[in-house]
Write a protein that binds this ligand. Structure first.
Ligand code: NDP
Ligand code: 2IT
Length: 448
C-alpha cells in the first residue's frame, strides 16, 4: 500500500520539478493521482511499466506563431497551442480556448481532465486541448476570421478526422468553428469531420450547442434522485453566461427549477423572479454585449460588480459554469452557510481543491466536472459518428443518447466508489473509473 503512495508521490514530485511554473497542471495531477491509488494497488504491473510517468506526459505538444492583421492594418502576433495528451482510446479530442489567460499549464490541466472525461463518456475518443492567448472580445467578425484562418494555417497539419478533432471551449463557439473549418477545407480539400460544434448546414450535430448544459442537468438529476431531492422549485445559482451556462439554465428551467443568477467576468446578475433566458441569449449570443445590460430590461434584477459574489446568493443547487478556480474555499463556506445541498460543475475545475474538501466534509453532494460536464464532448463524438456515416440524427435521437450517456457515467462513477470503498466521493470515483479504461488501453498497447 505504502508502495503505491510512494510511487504517486515520486511522479508528482517529478511533474513539479520538470515544469515548476505549471501550477494548474500540478493541481490536476495531484487531484487525479492521489485518488487512483486503489486502482494502482490492484495493478502493481503499472508501476513497472512506468504507466503514471507516461500518463502525465503529453504524447505531443505543438506551439506556433499566429500572425494576423487587425482592422487598422496593423500586424498582431499571438501564440497557438495544441496539447495532444493521450491517444490510448481514440483520436485526440478536446476543445480550443481563445482567452488572454491561455498558457501551457492551463492547457495541460484541461487536456489531462479531457483524457479522463472522454474515457468516462464510454466513446472511442482520446484527450487533447488547445487554443491561443488571442482575445476575441471587442474584435470584429473579420478580425476573428483572419485570426482563425491564420491559426488553422498551422494547425491543419497536426489534426484530422482520425487523428485529432478539436472543438469549442471558452471564446470558441459556432462562429470560430465555422471559420476554422472553412480554412481547413480550403487547405486540405477534405470535407471531413475534423472539427465538432460545426454549423448545422455543414455537418454539425443537432443538440451539440445545448449538450454540455443539458448534460450537466441530466447528471445533476442522478445525484438528486439518489439524495431524494425533487428539483422542482429549487433555487439554482449559475455562474457564467456563455455556452455552458446558457443551456444549463435552459434545462434547469425546463425541469421546474428557479435559476436566480448568471454572470460574466465583470459581474453577476441576481434576478429574484428567475433569469429571463431569452434576454440573456439576446445579450450574449446575438449582441455579444456585457451581462450588466440585463438590468436595463428587467426591474426585478440587480447587477453587482465582481463575479465571486454570485456564490453569496442563497441557493439549493450551485452550478459553476464559467472558468477554473472561480469557486474558492471562502465561497464554499458561504454556500454551505446558506444551505446549499448540491454543487455540480459545468466548467472545468471551477472549484478549488480546498473548496471541494469543504463540500465533502459538510455533506454537500458534489458532481466533479470531468463527469458532470462530459455531455459536450460526448455529443461531439456523436457528431463524429454522424459525419463518418454521412447522416444526420434528429434532435430527439441525440438528446436521448446524451441522457443515456450521462446516466451511464453516473453509474460508472458510483460503481467505482463502491468497488474501491469511496462511497459518496464522486470525484475519486470519476478519477478511478476514467483512469481504469485508459490504463488498461495503455497497458495492452505496450510501452509507447
Ligand atoms: P464561453 O466562452 O461560451 O463562456 C464563458 C463564460 O465564462 C462567459 O460568461 C465568460 O465571461 C465567463 N468567464 C470566462 N473567463 C472568466 C474568468 N476568468 N472569470 C470569470 N468569468 C469568466 O465558454 P463555455 O461556456 O464554452 O465554457 C465555460 C466553461 O465550461 C469552461 O471552463 C470550459 O472549459 C467548460 N466546458 C465547455 C464545454 C463546451 O462544450 N463549450 C464543454 C465542457 C466544459 P466573459 O464574457 O466576461 O469572458
Ligand atoms: O471541456 C470540454 O469537454 C470541451 N470544451 C468540449 C470538447 C469537445 O471536443 O467537444
Amino acid at each position: 500500500m505504502a508502495d503505491m503512495r510512494a510511487y504517486v508521490k515520486k511522479v508528482l514530485a517529478d511533474v513539479v520539478k520538470k515544469d515548476p511554473d505549471q501550477k494548474e497542471f500540478h493541481n490536476t495531477a495531484k487531484e487525479v493521482l492521489t485518488s487512483i491509488i486503489p486502482v494502482l494497488e490492484a495493478h502493481p504491473e503499472y508501476k513497472d511499466e512506468k504507466l503514471l510517468e507516461r500518463f502525465v506526459e503529453p504524447e505531443r505538444i505543438v506551439i506556433f506563431r499566429v500572425p494576423w492583421v487587425d482592422d487598422k492594418g496593423e500586424l498582431q502576433v499571438n501564440r497557438g497551442f495544441r496539447v495532444q495528451m493521450s491517444s490510448a482510446i481514440g483520436p485526440y479530442k478536446g476543445g480550443l480556448r481563445f482567452h488572454p489567460s491561455v498558457n501551457l499549464s492551463i492547457l495541460k490541466f484541461l487536456a489531462l481532465e479531457q483524457v479522463l472525461k472522454n474515457s468516462l463518456s464510454g466513446l472511442p475518443i482520446g484527450g487533447g486541448k488547445g487554443g491561443s492567448d488571442f482575445d476575441p472580445k471587442g474584435k470584429s467578425d473579420n478580425e476573428v476570421m483572419r485570426f482563425c484562418q491564420s491559426f488553422m494555417t498551422e494547425l491543419y497539419r497536426h489534426i484530422g478526422a482520425d487523428v485529432d478533432v478539436p472543438a469549442g471551449d471558452i471564446g470558441v463557439g459556432g462562429r470560430e468553428v465555422g471559420y476554422l473549418y472553412g480554412q481547413y477545407k480550403r487547405i486540405t480539400r477534405l470535407y471531413e469531420g475534423v472539427l465538432t460544434g460545426k454549423g448545422l448546414t455543414f455537418g454539425g450535430s443537432l443538440a451539440r450547442t445545448e449538450a454540455t448544459g443539458y448534460g450537466l442537468l441530466y447528471f445533476t438529476q442522478n445525484i438528486l434522485n439518489d439524495a431524494g431531492i425533487d428539483i422542482k422549485d429549487k433555487i439554482v445559482a449559475v455562474s457564467g453566461a456563455g455556452n455552458v451556462a446558457t443551456y444549463a439554465i435552459e434545462k434547469a428551467q425546463q425541469l421546474g427549477a428557479k435559476v436566480v443568477t448568471c454572470s460574466d467576468s465583470n459581474g453577476f446578475i441576481y434576478d429574484k423572479d428567475g433569469i429571463d433566458l431569452d434576454l440573456v441569449k439576446d445579450i450574449k449570443e446575438v449582441r455579444r454585449a456585457r451581462i450588466k445590460e440585463y438590468v436595463k430590461k428587467r426591474k426585478s434584477a440587480e447587477y453587482h460588480e465582481g463575479c465571486t459574489g454570485v456564490w453569496n446568493v442563497k441557493c439549493d443547487i450551485a452550478l459553476p459554469c464559467a472558468t477554473q478556480n472561480e469557486l474558492t474555499l471562502d465561497s464554499a463556506k458561504e454556500l454551505v452557510k446558506n444551505g446549499v445541498k448540491v454543487v455540480c460543475e459545468g466548467a472545468n475545475m471551477p472549484s478549488t481543491l480546498d473548496a471541494i474538501e469543504y463540500f465533502q466534509k459538510n455533506k454537500v453532494y458534489f458532481g466533479p466536472a470531468k463527469a458532470s460536464n462530459a455531455g459536450g464532448v460526448s455529443v461531439s463524438a456523436l457528431e463524429m459518428s454522424q459525419n463518418s456515416e454521412r447522416l444526420s440524427w434528429t434532435f430527439e435521437e441525440v438528446d436521448n443518447y446524451l441522457k443515456r450517456i450521462m446516466d451511464d457515467i453516473y453509474k460508472k462513477v458510483t460503481s467505482a466508489c463502491e468497488e474501491y470503498g469511496a462511497k459518496g466521493n464522486l470525484l475519486a470515483g470519476a478519477n478511478m473509473a476514467g483512469f481504469t479504461k485508459v490504463a488498461n488501453a495503455m497497458h495492452c498497447q505496450g510501452w509507447v
